[in-house]
Design a protein around this ligand. Structure first.
Ligand SMILES: CC(C)(COP(=O)(O)OP(=O)(O)OC[C@H]1O[C@@H](n2cnc3c(N)ncnc32)[C@H](O)[C@@H]1O)[C@@H](O)C(=O)NCCC(=O)NCCS
Ligand SMILES: Nc1ncnc2c1ncn2[C@@H]1O[C@H](COP(=O)(O)OP(=O)(O)OP(=O)(O)O)[C@@H](O)[C@H]1O
Length: 266
């Protein structure tokens, strides 16, 4: 289950209203079931997962593209078969699983190979993300977050509004990446350079979270972001929600029945 939810998904239908146990302000802007797809992106190690964990802990469901992309490389899936055919069995561990650090070494130091990997996996990743969105839509979720590192690069930004970019300065990014992955500077720089620059991502954002400071600073900014992304939905967002689609169906049904009755009278 990619749309991992730590607490109850309070932004989904069965709760009927935006109810935040922690945020009175969020409760005061409560509104019936609608759907909004919030894009969450940023550079590698900028803190997207940290922010997406905050969303989950406040009951907002998150679709995690990194988890989807892990799944499409699982042994004997179509994505796996295509990647092994293209890159050879030397990218496999003894048990047949993809050796991810090894494949990472290859693709993050060679743009042509990275493009090849992206091309092979892109259809499976986008349909995996779509499946997760559909599941949440069927549950009647009102607000969902799409945590997609390559949101702009893969041109998925047109699906989402607002777009939240997590930004850090480049030195902090490098240090956090090396610390988290236990990697050497060259590998970390290769990974950073494989993505659109964070400043460009920042310029395309609707909302920027500056995560250069402490985790407490981040949490404080997050509270403001939470209020923005859970504000009442627009009509276009409403018609895209499950509730909106059902409402439209009911209206069409009534119009058809009325139309038949009126044409019977005439
Ligand atoms: C190359 C792989 C096997 C390396 O696996 P590894 O476990 O070391 O890294 P992981 O998947 O956890 O990714 C960590 C971060 O790297 C960055 N990243 C991953 N893939 C890419 C890519 N193709 N281009 C640029 N950055 C990338 C993202 O910021 C991601 O959050 C893996 O990243 C992969 O399969 N990438 C291709 C799929 C993809 O595009 N994923 C991004 C989802 S939008
Ligand atoms: N404000 C902060 N202060 C200190 N460390 C932080 C802060 N925010 C995040 N980190 C740490 O920085 C590292 C990178 O954060 P995180 O994994 O959330 O980034 P990410 O953008 O999801 O990375 P990726 O693109 O690889 O998925 C993690 O080890 C995390 O614990």
């Amino acid at each position: 289950m990619y749309s991992e939810i730590r607490r109850a998904p309070i932004y989904c239908t069965r709760f009927r209203h935006f109810v935040s146990h922690r945020h009175k302000d969020a409760r005061s802007i409560s509104t019936p079931v609608k759907m909004r797809m919030v894009g969450l992106t940023g550079g590698i190690a900028s803190g997207k997962s940290t922010v997406s964990n905050l969303f989950k802990s406040h009951g907002v469901p998150v679709v995690d593209a990194d988890l989807v992309s892990r799944d499409v490389l699982k042994k004997d899936t179509d994505g796996y078969n295509k990647v092994v055919a293209a890159f050879g069995e030397e990218i496999l561990e003894a048990n047949g699983d993809v050796d991810r650090p090894k494949l990472g070494q290859i693709v993050f130091s060679d743009p042509a190979k990275r493009q090849l990997l992206n091309r092979l996996l892109a259809p499976y990743i986008s349909s995996g993300i779509f499946r997760e969105i559909l599941k949440l839509w069927l549950k009647g979720c009102k607000v969902i977050v799409l945590d997609i590192p390559l949101l702009f690069e893969a041109k998925m930004d047109k699906w989402t509004k607002p777009i939240v970019v997590v930004w850090v300065d480049s030195e902090t990014q490098l240090q956090r990446l090396m610390k988290r992955d236990g990697s050497i500077e060259e590998d970390a720089r290769n990974r950073i350079n494989a993505q659109m620059s964070m400043d460009l991502k920042r310029s395309k954002a609707d909302i920027v979270i500056d995560n250069t400071g402490s985790l407490e600073d981040l949490e404080e900014q997050f509270q403001r972001v939470l209020l923005k992304v859970t504000k009442p939905l627009t009509w276009s967002e409403f018609w895209l929600s499950r509730q909106g689609a059902l409402t439209a169906l009911v209206f069409i049904g009534i119009a058809v029945v009325f139309g038949k009755n009126i044409s019977g009278i005439l």
